[in-house]
Design a protein around this ligand. Structure first.
Ligand code: MF3
Ligand code: CO
Length: 258
């Protein structure tokens, strides 16, 4: 069952979403060569709790940290720790926040300093794929319209969509129905309606689509060690049209942006 939210709930999710966007921007400001992903996680957790909110990931199915931070070939669910950020890294950060019982979820891939052209293009395409997916989040469309729009952008650019990981409904909890694959056929799948709140999140690779689970039972990386990028927004369908609830009000600091 897909839970449709009231306008009041969507406003609450927007408040959580604003905090998510601010947290991701804060991580961008601190994302300098030499810092560890564990230190970044600590900065995020303090900021979230200082704002009266809770990092949704912490304790979620036993997950040990406040954020997911996934470098380079790691696609998602990287556990922050000893990895020291280096110039040329791609660092994907994924932040879920619960505020007054409502959840928003967003991810962003930062390029640290200069990255090679193909890597920069990967990040750009992932971002474009997310925007193409969001544009399809209209009442009367179907989930497959979102999926297909993402797939066309990614594969049209010569990159791959990770097929074993999906976006999802979000709001009263972290993961709700429907699942939102990043590939599929237009006009198929659940009907989109006003009040639905969706975490749309293309996870893409510069090489093939296959991934593996690390021994920590969380981190997921590309099998071929190719670079990965991940962008995610929480989107409400309001008055039939998409409203992004996790858009940053202020841009992350320049210089490190892809
Ligand atoms: N934020 C992730 C998502 O987009 C969920 C991470 S679950 C965690 O679905 F436990 F790994 F944090
Ligand atoms: Co998500």
């Amino acid at each position: 069952m897909i839970i449709r939210k009231s306008n009041q709930e969507i406003e609450g999710m927007a408040r959580a979403g604003e905090l998510v966007a601010e947290t991701i921007a804060l991580l961008g400001e601190h994302l300098q060569p030499g810092i560890t992903t564990g230190e970044l996680d600590g900065i995020a957790e303090e900021f979230i709790r200082d704002h009266g909110a809770v990092p949704t990931s912490k304790g979620y199915r036993g997950y040990p940290a406040a954020t997911c931070i996934s470098p380079n070939a790691m696609v998602v669910h990287g556990i922050p720790g000893e990895h020291r950020v280096e110039e040329g890294d791609l660092i994907s950060v994924d932040v879920g926040i619960t505020l007054d019982g409502l959840v928003a979820d967003s991810a962003y891939t930062y390029a640290v300093g200069d990255v090679d052209d193909e890597t920069a293009r990967l990040v750009d395409v992932a971002k474009q794929a997310l925007e193409a997916g969001i544009a399809q989040a209209q009442a009367g469309n179907r989930v497959g319209d979102i999926s297909h729009a993402i797939q066309v952008v990614v594969e049209g650019a010569g990159f791959s969509v990770v097929r074993s990981l999906v976006g999802h409904g979000v709001g009263r909890s972290y993961h709700e129905e429907p699942q939102i694959p990043n590939f599929g056929d237009p006009g198929r799948g659940p009907l989109l309606q006003t009040g639905m709140t969706l975490a749309i999140e293309p996870m893409i690779t510069a090489g093939g689509p296959d991934v593996y689970l690390h021994d920590d039972e969380w981190s997921i990386s590309t099998t071929d060690a190719s670079m990965a990028a991940h962008f995610e927004h929480t989107v409400a369908i309001q008055d039939g049209a998409p409203r992004v609830l996790t858009r940053a009000k202020t841009p992350a600091k320049a210089g490190l942006l892809p």
